[in-house]
Design a protein around this ligand. Structure first.
Ligand code: GLU
Length: 287
């Protein structure tokens, strides 16, 4: 059994990260498995180099260990490009020349623009461009992202499910996030593509992460089928909130582990403040 904790080095860890790391570590321990550390650092506009070491220090202070050297997604761009190429060969992605403004304008113009649980979805403007037009625009050097053709992917994959240890078996609904970006115009990958490739190539059998990422799992299952990757189990854990009920964000400094430590709180007291780690369902796969 293999799981992972995957923070972004864009700030100090807060209580929400501590809980995510605790869930991963504890489930690995309970199942005689291992837990890896992976830095999600593809967004060079937000990553700051000092946070790699500070995150490792915060985890060590909490006593949450990981196996092996931490992996950095920024070292693995070629792996993501290879996966993107496979999806392109299968005609499951298309270039998108839109920018945020043109997308917003298009949504405003449409009478029934597609919506997911998190708001409007990409309206599909570039999905229907002809091959000639795509080739011409790329040859002209027009900046473009690559999007998943979620309708086509769903047709090719048929009915799918994913299994979550808290929520049970759920049907995959490709419309949850629609035609997501798999390679940004400025970075040759995206969260969705990188996480699916890494989980598969690292042999992760249990993906633990916050329940805010539940909608993403629908896309990830499609990508796993298209790329012929094995299916991991999932545990989407509850989110840690502040006293007003708002979930913690990297920009909130009050509840970072560094601030709590400086205020004299012990690592044990921090861990005690976190909800207990859920233990539902049966783990399968791996050793
Ligand atoms: N970097 C993500 C987060 O901090 C985790 C993504 C994942 O585990 O798939 O919420």
């Amino acid at each position: 059994m293999l799981t992972r904790f995957a923070p972004s080095p864009t700030g100090r860890l807060h209580l929400g990260h501590a809980y995510a790391a605790l869930v991963a570590r504890e489930l690995a321990d309970r199942n005689h498995g291992a837990c890896l550390l992976r830095f999600e650092d593809i967004d060079h506009t937000r990553v700051r180099p000092e946070f790699y070491a500070l995150i490792e220090e915060d985890l060590q202070w909490l006593g949450l260990t990981w196996e092996g050297a931490a992996l950095r997604q920024s070292d693995r761009l070629e792996n993501y490009t290879r996966a993107l190429d496979r999806l392109r060969d299968r005609e499951m992605i298309y270039p998108c020349f839109c920018n945020r403004r043109t997308i917003e304008d298009e949504i405003a113009r449409m009478t029934n623009a597609p919506h997911g649980p998190e708001g409007p979805l990409y309206p599909g403007t570039c999905r229907g461009l002809s091959d000639d037009e795509r080739a011409a625009r790329i040859a002209q050097g027009q900046p473009h992202a690559w999007r998943l053709d979620s309708t086509r992917a769903a047709q090719s994959c048929g009915e799918l499910t994913f299994h979550d240890l808290r929520c049970g078996t759920r049907p995959v609904m490709p419309g949850e996030l629609g035609d997501v970006v798999l390679a940004r115009r400025d970075i040759a990958t995206s969260y969705h593509l990188a996480v699916v490739v890494d989980d598969a190539e690292q042999g992760i059998t249990l993906v633990t992460r916050g329940e805010d990422l539940l909608p993403s799992t629908h896309v990830h299952r499609l990508l796993q089928i298209l790329l012929e990757y094995p299916e991991p189990q999932y545990l989407h854990h509850e989110l840690i909130r502040d006293e007003t009920g708002k979930r913690l964000a990297t920009r909130d400094h009050a509840l970072t582990l560094a601030t709590l430590r400086e205020s004299g709180m012990s690592a044990e007291a921090v861990l005690d403040r976190l909800p207990s780690v859920p233990c539902h369902g049966k783990l399968t796969g791996g050793t």
